[in-house]
Design a protein around this ligand. Structure first.
Ligand code: FAD
Length: 324
């Protein structure tokens, strides 16, 4: 069995660890084999998150705290990471495929002259070799990649690699690294959340998405209600965003977010290729559309031909009944 030392960057959002960080630990364990997985936490006052990283499978946690690292910038985080890399000399480094991971990973890979596989959806160990799977051409093809030498780096797409079971009885060492963060060219002074800033779509397990068929901002009301009773979140097609029914932060598709929830309910969405590019890898797709010829039905596991303003409230009632 291989024996690699692998680092994994833990990511915080709105005061809690992102669930994709736990998925990244599982990926790091696969790469490490019999080696050690060390989680890195970067920020200010972050000690409190170490136990959770260990409970999800990190063998050890390194914290890098500095007042200039309170809000993530690639400049500041890269300085912290380079310092950690210098001290640890790891064989592997895993990031989440988030805005931060997508920004940092190439920067680190270039500096370290390392191989980087981005947007990984699967990892397999074949004897000494790690085989990474990643989608190509908006999910129309997949490729398998190996890194043949040197530092092995990957970014992990949320909701694809299952996290290890949480075990709060696991123990691990927590150490801190002192660092001076200087010459920052960018600094985030304040983060102002948009109104729609709730569950991150790319990590959501259940998404109820609305399209132009929703007809107005108010038309999203029943979808919001369905998302609430199911414990999910609301997304949208570009058609709905362009029409001004909702914020662009909800857009799913080629030029929006790529999502892979357990359940995707498409309401009044025709199923344009650019929309499918962002959601066709969802584990279960239900489409509601009044046009039986709508393209969305070609990729749906279940289709309901009907008026969403009748079907969605009926589903809400049904789910409520199931909960009684
Ligand atoms: P429509 O195509 O207008 O479909 C509305 C659907 O609602 C219809 O099928 C209709 O039958 C149904 N409907 C109407 N009323 C009801 C009702 N009462 N009950 C049930 N069903 C009803 N699109 C994206 O979504 N995401 C992207 O990231 C994206 N990127 C793009 C990038 C480029 C470069 C380009 C050119 C386009 C992109 N688009 C994207 C746009 C895409 O091509 C489509 O125009 C868009 O997805 C259509 O949105 P829609 O399905 O909501 O609207």
């Amino acid at each position: 069995m291989v024996n690699r030392n692998v680092l994994v960057l833990g990511e915080l959002k709105s005061g809690s660890l992102r669930s994709v960080s736990f998925e990244a630990i599982a990926a790091a364990q696969e790469i490490a084999g019999n080696g050690q997985v060390t989680a890195i936490l970067i920020g200010e006052e972050i000690q409190g998150y170490s136990d959770e990283m260990i409970a999800y499978g990190a063998d050890r946690v390194l914290t890098v705290e500095h007042k200039n690292l309170r809000n993530a910038t690639s400049d500041g985080y890269a300085q912290a990471l380079f310092k950690v890399m210098e001290e640890e000399q790891p064989d592997g480094l895993v990031f989440a495929h988030t805005a931060l991971g997508k920004d940092l990973a190439p920067r680190v890979a270039s500096r370290m002259d390392a191989g980087l596989v981005s947007d990984v959806t699967g990892i397999a160990r074949e004897e000494e070799t790690i085989v990474f799977t990643r989608p190509l051409f908006s999910g129309k093809a997949i490729e398998k990649k190996v890194i043949t030498e040197g530092l092995m780096m990957a970014t992990i797409r949320p909701n694809n690699i299952p996290p290890l079971d949480r075990d709060p009885s696991r123990s691990g060492k927590v150490e801190s690294i002192d660092i001076e963060i200087e010459n920052l060219r960018t600094m985030v002074k304040e983060i102002i959340h948009s109104k729609s800033d709730g569950v991150d779509l790319s990590e959501a397990k259940i998404i109820v998405a609305g399209g132009r068929g929703v007809k107005s901002a108010e038309g999203f009301g029943p979808l919001q209600e369905l998302a609430e009773v199911l414990g999910g979140t609301v997304g949208a097609s570009r058609g709905a965003c362009d029409a001004g029914f909702c914020d662009y932060s909800l857009q799913i598709g080629q030029t929006g977010k790529v999502v892979t929830p357990d359940l995707y309910i498409a309401c009044g969405i025709s199923g344009a290729i650019q929309h499918l590019a962002g959601m066709s890898n969802s584990k279960l797709i239900i489409a509601i559309n009044k046009d039986p010829e709508a393209n969305i039905f070609h990729i749906a596991d279940y289709g309901i031909v009907g008026d969403l303003f009748e079907v969605v409230p009926a589903l809400v009632e049904e789910v409520k009944q199931m909960k009684v």
